[in-house]
Design a binder for this molecule. Structure first.
Ligand code: SF4
Ligand code: SF4
Length: 277
């Protein structure tokens, strides 16, 4: 398989992430009406509202009043990721993912994973940060995470001018490179945690075929949430954990055709799901 074909999902993801940023920028700079606003609240073709449901939750906690359009926008997003895409926001839309993927690629190249860990953060920390964001929003009357969110800062930086964007992104890059592997997205970001929760039962899933697997572990090495691939080396199965970002890196690095996208089957056992290809 050619190298480009092996990177097909990665290339598609980058086109999507950069393309979305460009459309937001073009709406502000040239008046294009394809996608206007920001990742927190946008309009598609100047008609269909799209809202970040976690931002809306924070605003509700803060006691803010919002128009019906904002709620409809949040329902559309929840329905899309909840039913279809799972946590795909993180790998196909969020611009910060480009920074964290770069840090993790460099980390592997520099063999930094082999260095003894000095910093440890639980992968569940993101759910505590999520809860804390809502509590602080309620106490302060402000959407707490939105004020400091690197996703919002990056997105607004591209649309309206860089401002403090560079510093925030460098900090995340260095944290992921020298601190904790997949530190920001895999441990701390509450928006990633939020999409893990709402995407837990979505239809698009990674499937593993144990019979084809040669135990090279390429998939686990590149997976930003390697715990979701717990069936590797044991049995065929479907990735059911909501933390999988549907990035497809595992599919791309597998030379044995042991991983692929599939549609979740709620009626069969985990093993049968993986075998049923
Ligand atoms: S975990 Fe957070 S920063 Fe990382 S890709 Fe997801 S939303 Fe973006
Ligand atoms: S299991 Fe595959 S698609 Fe899911 S996060 Fe890991 S590498 Fe990405």
């Amino acid at each position: 398989m050619s190298k480009l074909l092996k990177m097909r999902y990665l290339i598609l993801r980058r086109i999507t992430q950069i393309g979305l940023l460009f459309l937001y920028f073009a709406a502000n700079a040239y008046g294009w009406k394809i996608l206007s606003g920001t990742l927190s609240a946008s309009k598609l073709f100047d008609t269909i509202p799209l809202s970040d449901p976690f931002a809306i939750l924070q605003m509700l906690s803060a006691g803010a009043m919002m128009g019906m359009n904002v709620f409809i926008g949040a329902v559309i997003i929840i329905a899309f990721y909840g039913i279809i895409g799972g946590r795909a926001f993180c790998s196909w839309v969020c611009p910060v993912n480009m920074i964290t993927d770069l840090a993790n690629w460099l980390r592997r190249k520099l063999l930094l994973d082999k260095v003894e860990r000095k910093v440890w953060v639980s992968r569940n920390a993101r759910y505590w940060v999520l809860g804390l964001s809502l509590v602080v929003s309620a106490l302060t009357g402000l959407a707490a995470f939105e004020l400091v969110s690197p996703i919002t800062i990056f997105n607004r930086g591209v649309i309206f001018g860089m401002g403090m964007t560079g510093g925030v992104l460098v900090a995340i890059f260095l944290f992921d490179l020298f601190g904790v592997k997949n530190g920001w997205c895999g441990h701390i970001c509450p928006l990633g945690g939020f999409y893990s929760l709402i995407g837990k039962f979505s239809l698009i899933r990674i499937r593993h075929n144990h019979e084809n697997c040669t135990l090279c572990m390429n998939c686990k090495e590149v997976c930003p949430e390697s715990q979701v691939l717990h069936m590797i080396g044991k049995e065929s199965g479907t990735v059911t954990m909501g933390e999988c970002v549907n990035c497809a890196r595992c599919i791309e690095v597998c030379n044995d055709d042991a991983l692929r996208f599939g549609i979740r089957n709620f009626t069969t056992t985990s093993k049968a799901k993986g075998d049923n290809r």
